[in-house]
Each structure stands twice: as C-alpha cells, then as structure tokens.
Unconditional design. Structure first.
Length: 612
C-alpha cells in the first residue's frame, strides 16, 4: 500500500457520543431532562412590534448590501425597511391602531442575525465537562500556550477531589482541545510526559482536531492497550482509530443530566456571539434518532434556529436513515426552527493534526510523526465508495456536505461529485440545485476552484485555519508554497461561487465577527509581532463579501435564505445589534466589537449587560 493509498479513520466527529446515547435509560426521559434544562436556563420571549432607527442598518439584501434608515418588525417578521417615514407608514398599514415601540439605536449598527453554517452542538456540550486545554482565550490565541501551561492545569485537576470516576470508581483526568501545533514550542505529548504528571491516575486528552488522543500508562492499562508485559506500545500513548475507541470505552461516561446542563451554555455562547442560526454538521453520529429529537427540541426552546446534516459514514447508515423515513426539509415547510438539510460525509482528517489527506508529505512529518498515520495523512473512504455514497444521497435529493482538508482529498471529493453531477443533464441539473458543499475546503489550486465552480459546488471555509493556524502551516506544517493554497475565498468568489465562513465549534470558538476579520485581513496571528503579516493577501475578502459569508450566503448554503440571512420584508426578524460598524474601514478589531443584543423571531434573546 502506497503512502497515497492509506484509508483509515480520520473522522472528526464525537466518538464519546454513541457510548453516552446507547446507555440512556429512556430516550423520552432524556428529552424531558433537556426540556427542563432549556426552560430553566433560557426563558422564552414574545415577539415585539418595533421600529429601529438612529444608526446604520444594513439589509444584506440579495440585490446589494443596502444601508437604510429604519427597519420595522411585527409578530416575528420583518415588515419594511427604508426611510423612517416609509417604515412607519408600512407598520401603520399592517397594524391599524396598534402601538409599536420605536427603538433608538443611538449610533449602533443593526445587521441580520449572524449564521454559523458548520458547528457541533451535542459534542460541544459533552466536552464542556472536560478540562479546557485549548490555545484560545476568548476569540484570541493565548500567547503563553505551551505544554507547561496545560500540564499546570492537569496538575491542579489532579489535586481536586471531584474528578469523574469510571465504572470501577477510579478517578480520571479528562482534557480536551490540546493543540501542539499552536504551542510556543511544538511538544509531542505521549505517555512518558503524562506519566510525569501521574503514574496512578489515568489521564486522557483529546487533540483539538478531534482526531488524536493522548493517554498515560494507567489509562492505557485500563483500556488494555499496553504490551503483554505491561510496557508501552510503539505508539507510546498517542492514539488514533480503533485505539481511541478502546480508550473511550473505559473512560468515565458523562452523566446524561450533567451533559444536558451544558447544552444551554453552548447556545448562550453562540447567542452572545450574535449567532441566530447554525447548521449542526454531523447529527446522528450514534445512529440513534434521539440525537435528532434532542437537537430539534433544542432549536424550539433555545435562542437559535438549527439546521442539521446527518452524519453518514457508509451506505448502511444511509439505508438506516432511509428506513427511518428521514427526508430533507429544504423549505422548512414543516418547521421554521429546525430542519434536516443534508447528508454529511467525512473524507479525511485535519491538516493541523497531520491527518488531512495530502499529495505531498507534511513538512514536519519526520519531526512530529503521528503513529499509524502515513506522512501524507489519511482518508476514510475509497474513492469508489465515496462516489457511491454521493450517488445514493443525491438520488434521494439530499444536499451533501463533504469534509475535505488535504489537496489529495479535494481532488477525490470533486471527482466523486463529478461522477454524480456531470455531464449536464436534466437529472444532474436537479442535483446541482441542491447546493452541494465542501466543508473546510482547506487546500485548493486553480484547477480545483474551476472544477468546483463548474459543478456548482460551493466551499465553506474554517477561516481560523488562516488566522489561528496560518503561521504554523506556513512555517512548519506545509511550507510557504502550499500554504498559499489555504482557504482561497476571494478566488472562489471570483469564480462565481457563494462562500461561507464557519467555526467548526468545538474546533475554534464561536465568533462570526472574528471570522469576518480573519477573512478580510488574513493575518497570521500565531507569528511573532515582527513577522505578523497576511497569508496570501490576494485571497482577502472585502468587508461586504465577508459579511455576506456569515449572513445571506451562509443562509443560502443551508437552504435557509428564504427565511433568514438578510433584512427583507417577509423574512423572519432575526437581528443583531453591534456597538461598532464592521463595515467601517476604520474598525480593524472586528472580534472586539461588542454584541449589544441578539434577536430571534422578533424578540431579544441576548442583551449585553454593558451594552444592551
């Protein structure tokens, strides 16, 4: 088998979720627990009748990013935009004799509610229980992030008496978000290092990409992953594929009610970032329908609209969804708060985790090898199996989202789409109108961009790859030549594609304004101050393009643009009010803009105590 033909398990979905859901005592009880938690944490608000004026209002309408003087809403719907006189006339015509509030923006900026078209709600909730060992402080990189800083957190946890316990009553330290590529000095974590922290208490850490786990000797012993003589295996506690699953099976299982209490907190985090709609890009990891039911309930009682893509690793799971009679609701005909929108396929791994599937070896593959992973990374499916899944899904009129990070993965994914979407015919034209996507779309050359445009496929960029990881890609992981191919947003727009920006939360923090900033400036934030520069500035988006990528174009990719994404009469009144104008060229720190209020369905669901 060559280094370019190494299928494996590069899946970034949450492997802990199936274990948790398979042990639910009663799915109906789980729904009741979630309902109670959501109602307690997130009280509902009735829609108001109001006219907004007194600050910049951008409609982001399909015919252009128009700035208007006023906006009127009633009963959860936008009534009118335009001059104050026009809006007030429209409000009075629609509601004769009925009062409405006039809300003075006092110079603040009003935009459509922001959209994150690729995130993970349930996994994010589960991981909130663990030690947060990420390289982020809020929306920014932690300049002091290092192995020393995370080992200090682990030592502190080891001194606590409230560690989670496994089925045998033994305490564990569980950590999430470890990212050696963003440490001040790249440190290859393994059992030897973790044993220095404890040789008695099991320690298990998950890499930020979700593709790799690290364990000390006590944890490996629990999972029966040591050699027969009790010595460390060749991977030295750096685990991938089935060995990660073996570790997860013996780790402390999150108590369901504890996990439920975290779901409202994930929603609140998103609402505080101005988000009103997300697409959960991987519901159904466990195969249990209760995942879908939980997410639907979350959408109905929470501050977000939720679209969802069904995780589908093979044709058996595709058949399973069919047997459950699940179908895409592309028009939200049944439900404006929740809808199944797509099938989600994962083709390769993570470039910063050195598991994305590449044409050339990673520049640092020898210096930082990943056990059981070749120097060009991994792919989950053979190309023929990928093409078969694309055909099965598209024949049932499912839109498809395919995770592809490496350039080899991008070639295989576009070839797979081409088998189903080309040559042009009445049948393939119908499939093209399904708005097929490539998720992350990290590395694309000119040929890939041109082919994607011809196929009417569109990219959604995890733009944090440029801002947070750009310097590491440029200097250590890929090298300057290949790093120039990263997140080519402007080239995609120029080729006629509609693009979106996403967080992949839990991989990077919620923050559409931060994502706009990273797309507009493409600054490599991990570089020393003197080396901080844009990565391939030709790919910078304009402010207006970046705004559309987190509003209307993101809504379009999610089949939600008829409801949200712009401020147009008849659309749902999802809004965000900011203390500064992100379209003002004088404002460069977009992630520092305060979210004053977030409105869903014509009612405030978040008010900033300092700016509300």
């Amino acid at each position: 088998m060559t280094q370019h033909d190494h299928p494996g398990c590069a899946c970034c979905s949450m492997p802990h979720l199936p274990s948790l859901l398979s042990k639910l005592p009663d799915p109906q009880q789980a729904l009741q627990d979630l309902e109670a938690a959501l109602k307690q944490a997130l009280p509902s608000h009735a829609p108001v009748r109001a006219v907004f004026c007194g600050g910049p209002i951008y409609t982001v309408a399909a015919n252009g990013n128009q700035r208007v003087e006023a906006l009127g809403i009633a009963d959860g719907v936008i009534v009118a935009t335009g001059s104050l006189q026009l809006v007030e006339t429209a409000m009075e015509a629609q509601m004769p004799g009925q009062a409405y509030d006039r809300i003075d923006l006092a110079g603040r900026t009003l935009l459509p509610g922001l959209i994150d078209p690729h995130a993970h709600v349930l996994p994010s909730a589960l991981y909130r229980h663990w030690l947060q060992l990420t390289p982020f402080k809020g929306q920014r990189l932690d300049p002091q992030y290092s192995y020393e800083s995370i080992s200090g957190q682990i030592r502190e946890a080891l001194s606590q008496s409230t560690l989670p316990e496994d089925l045998h009553g033994d305490p564990w330290v569980l950590g999430f978000g470890v990212d050696p590529s963003l440490m001040k000095e790249w440190t290859d974590i393994n059992a030897h290092l973790l044993n220095e922290l404890s040789e008695q208490t099991p320690i298990a850490l998950i890499n930020a990409s979700g593709h790799i786990a690290y364990a000390n000797t006590p944890a490996l012993r629990k999972a029966k992953l040591l050699n027969p003589d009790g010595s460390l295996p060749p991977d030295k506690g750096v685990l991938t594929e089935d060995r990660v699953k073996a570790l997860l099976e013996v780790m402390p299982l999150v108590v369901w009610k504890d996990a439920v209490l975290q779901i409202p907190k994930v929603l609140q985090d998103a609402s505080r970032a101005g988000i009103t709609t997300i697409l959960d890009a991987g519901v159904g990891v466990s195969g249990y329908k209760v995942e879908i039911d939980l997410l639907k309930l979350t959408a109905h009682l929470g501050p977000l609209r939720i679209a969802a893509a069904l995780f589908t690793p093979d044709k058996e799971r595709m058949q399973h969804w069919k047997e459950l009679q699940l179908k895409p609701d592309l028009d939200n005909a049944q439900d404006k708060r929740f809808g199944l929108k797509a099938i989600k396929l994962i083709y390769d791994g993570s470039n910063q985790g050195l598991t994305g599937y590449q044409n050339e070896p990673y520049l640092c593959a020898d210096a930082h090898p990943v056990p059981d992973v070749p120097p060009t990374g991994l792919h989950n499916l053979e190309p023929g199996a990928l093409a078969e899944l694309i055909k099965l899904a598209s024949d049932e009129q499912w839109p498809i989202l395919i995770h592809a990070n490496g350039d080899h993965a991008m070639t295989d994914v576009l070839n797979g789409y081409a088998e189903s979407l080309a040559p042009a015919s009445e049948a393939t034209d119908k499939k093209r109108r399904l708005r097929m996507r490539v998720e992350h779309a990290s590395l694309m050359d000119d040929r890939a961009i041109a082919k994607m445009a011809r196929l009417k496929v569109s990219p959604s960029f995890l733009i944090g790859h440029v801002g947070y990881w750009g310097y590491a890609f440029n200097k250590t992981i890929l090298g300057n030549r290949r790093a120039q191919l990263l997140d080519r947003a402007q080239s995609s727009v120029q080729a006629g594609m509609r693009v979106s920006l996403h967080s992949d939360h839990f991989v990077s923090p919620f923050g559409p304004l931060r994502m706009m900033e990273q797309a507009i400036f493409r600054t490599m934030e991990g570089a020393p101050i003197k080396e901080r520069a844009p990565l391939n500035p030709a790919e910078c988006l304009s402010r207006e393009q970046a705004l559309r990528a987190v509003t209307l174009d993101a809504a379009w990719q999610c089949h939600m643009d008829h409801l949200v994404g712009s401020l147009e009469p008849g659309k749902l009144a999802d809004l965000v009010i900011l203390d500064q104008n992100p379209l003002d060229d004088a404002v460069t720190d977009l992630r520092g803009i305060a979210i004053c209020q977030t409105w869903l369905n014509g009612a405030p669901v978040y008010s900033n105590p300092a700016h509300g």
